[in-house]
Design a binder for this molecule. Structure first.
Ligand code: AMP
Length: 429
C-alpha cells in the first residue's frame, strides 16, 4: 500500500516509523515531514520514506499529490487540517483518509462545543460556564472566587488557556481574550471552568464511529522546567504507563467518559473515526475531563508507538472503515519514556540552524529510538529548525529503567543551547 502521512513533528515521525513496519506498506510519503522522517526506510521494501514540501494546511496541494501518487491511505497527524475539513474533502474526492471529519473535529476546535456536549451527556467535567460577553464572564469568575481556567473557544496553538488564582487575574484573562482579542476570533467565545487540583493524565481512545478502544495511560509534562516550573509548552516529555490508575480504574474511568460520549455522538450524528484524546484531572472526587483533543498527542504518540504491538496500519484502517470491533490492541508490558530536547529559549524565541551531533551514538543504545520534531537537513548536516527538536524515547523493563536509558541517550546528543527537563517520569517513581 502507498501511504501519505501529513505533519512534521515528533508525533508524525513516530506514526510514520510505526506504519512503515507494517508488511502491507510498500511506499510512503510525508508532507512536509522533517529531517528524521526522511532518513527512515520501510523495512520490507528498503524504500526510503520521501518527504514532500507541502504544508499540512495546504489542502488543495495535498489532495492533488494524493491523487497523483494514487495514495491508498492518508494519515493525518495535526489538529488544524482536521478542523479545516481535510477528511471530508479527501472522502468527497474518493480518497481514503484516516482522521476525524470536520464535524467530529469540533471536539478540539471548539471548547464551547465540548463543554456543552459534556454537560448534555453527563461526562464528568469541572463546573463551568460558556460566554460570549466579558461582563457575564467576569460575573461567573467572581462566583468562583477567581480560581478558574479561562479558555478561548477556538484553536490557539495550545496557548488559549489562562489559569487564574484570584478575581483580578480572572478579569485580566477575560479582557485579554475578549477585549484585547489576543487570540483573534478564537476568543470570541470563552469557557470558564472551576480550577481543579489533582493529577493530570492523558487518555487516548481509538474510535471507528461506534466502537472505542482505550489505550494505556500516559502523562505529559507541559511546563518548560523541572518540577513543573516555567511556561507552558507543547509538551517536554511523556511516559507510559502511569501508576495513578490501576487497570480496573482505567477501565472505569474510560467507560465513565466514553460510554456517555458515544451516546452523545450517536444523538448528534457525529461519525467519529479517529483518536479521541481527553485530558483528564484525577481529583479527590473522581476523574474530570478538562478538554478533548481530536488527534494523537505529541509527545504521547512517541511512547505509545514504542509500546504498541499491533500493526498500526491495520488499526487505522479498522478505525476508518468501522471495523474496530474485531480487533484487540496489544501493548508491550515494558514502560516507555520520551524526553524532549528543545531549542534554548523555547517556548519563547529561539534560534535555528544549530548542528545536531551524537545521534548515531544515541541510536546505538538498545531500546532507544530518537524521534525528530524540529530538524532539517542542510548540506548533508542535520540542524535544528523548531522549538521542540527531538523526542529521545526509550523502552525499559520498568519506568526507572526506561528513564535511565532515555537520559543515557540524551547525554550522547548535542546541539548549542539544547534544553530539556531532567525529571520526565519522576513523579511516578
Ligand atoms: P487544556 O488545553 O484545556 O487541557 O488546558 C491546558 C492545561 O491547563 C491543562 O493541561 C491543565 O494543566 C490546565 N487546566 C485546564 N483546565 C483546568 C482546570 N479546570 N483546573 C485546573 N487546571 C486546568
Amino acid at each position: 500500500m502507498r501511504i501519505l502521512v501529513i505533519g512534521s513533528g515528533g508525533r508524525e515521525h513516530a506514526l510514520a516509523w510505526k506504519l512503515a513496519q507494517s508488511p502491507h506498506v510498500t511506499e510512503m510519503w510525508c508532507a512536509p515531514g522533517n529531517g528524521g522522517i526522511q532518513q527512515e526506510r520501510i523495512p520490507s521494501s528498503q524504500e526510503p520514506i520521501q518527504c514532500v514540501n507541502i504544508g499540512a494546511e495546504d489542502l488543495p496541494r495535498l489532495l492533488a499529490f494524493a491523487q497523483e501518487k494514487k495514495i491508498d491511505l492518508t494519515v493525518v497527524g495535526p489538529d488544524n487540517p482536521l478542523a479545516m475539513g481535510i477528511v471530508d474533502w479527501f472522502e468527497n474526492n474518493g480518497l481514503r483518509i484516516w482522521g476525524v471529519n470536520r464535524k467530529a473535529a469540533q471536539f478540539e476546535a471548539s471548547k464551547v462545543f465540548s463543554q456543552r456536549f459534556m454537560e448534555t451527556y453527563g461526562i464528568p467535567t469541572p463546573a463551568a460556564g460558556t460566554f460570549a460577553d466579558a461582563t457575564s464572564a467576569k460575573h461567573f469568575a467572581a462566583k468562583l472566587g477567581g480560581k478558574c481556567a479561562v479558555k478561548a473557544d477556538g484553536l490557539a496553538l495550545g496557548k488559549g488557556v489562562l489559569i487564574c488564582a484570584n478575581e483580578g487575574e480572572a478579569n485580566r484573562a477575560i479582557d485579554e481574550i475578549m477585549v484585547s482579542k489576543s487570540f483573534g476570533d478564537a476568543g470570541a467565545r470563552i469557557v470558564i471552568q472551576e480550577f481543579l487540583e489533582g493529577i493530570e493524565v492523558s487518555l487516548h481512545v481509538l474510535c471507528d464511529g461506534t466502537t472505542a478502544e482505550l489505550f494505556p495511560t500516559s502523562q505529559d509534562h507541559k511546563r518548560a522546567l523541572d518540577g513543573d516550573a516555567g511556561l507552558n509548552t507543547g509538551g517536554m516529555g511523556t511516559y507510559s504507563p502511569t501508576p495513578f490508575l490501576t487497570d480496573e480504574e482505567l477501565a472505569q474511568t474510560g467507560s465513565a467518559i466514553v460510554t456517555p460520549w458515544l451516546r452523545g455522538c450517536a444523538a448528534e450524528g457525529i461519525d467519529y473515526r479517529g483518536i479521541l484524546y481527553p485530558g483528564v484531572m484525577l481529583t479527590s472526587s473522581g476523574p474530570r475531563v478538562l478538554e478533548f483533543n481530536a488527534r494523537f498527542g505529541d509527545p504521547e504518540t512517541q511512547v505509545y508507538m514504542m509500546r504498541l504491538e499491533n500493526d498500526l496500519l491495520e488499526l487505522l484502517e479498522a478505525s476508518a472503515t468501522g471495523m474496530l470491533h474485531g480487533t484487540t490492541m496489544s501493548w508491550s508490558p515494558m514502560a516507555s519514556v520520551c524526553v524532549v530536547m528543545a531549542s534554548g529559549g523555547y517556548p519563547g524565541s529561539y534560534s535555528k540552524g544549530k548542528e545536531i551531533t551524537g545521534l548515531a551514538e544515541a541510536a546505538a543504545i538498545p531500546n532507544v529510538k530518537v524521534f525528530h520534531a524540529g530538524t532539517t537537513m542542510v548540506d548533508g548536516k542535520l540542524v535544528t529548525s523548531g522549538g521542540r527538536v527531538l523526542g529521545v524515547t526509550a523502552l525499559g523493563k520498568d519506568l526507572k529503567s526506561a528513564q535511565t536509558t532515555a537520559y543515557a541517550a540524551v547525554e550522547k546528543i548535542h546541539f548549542e543551547g539544547a534544553q530539556f527537563r531532567r525529571d520526565i517520569g519522576s513523579k511516578a517513581l
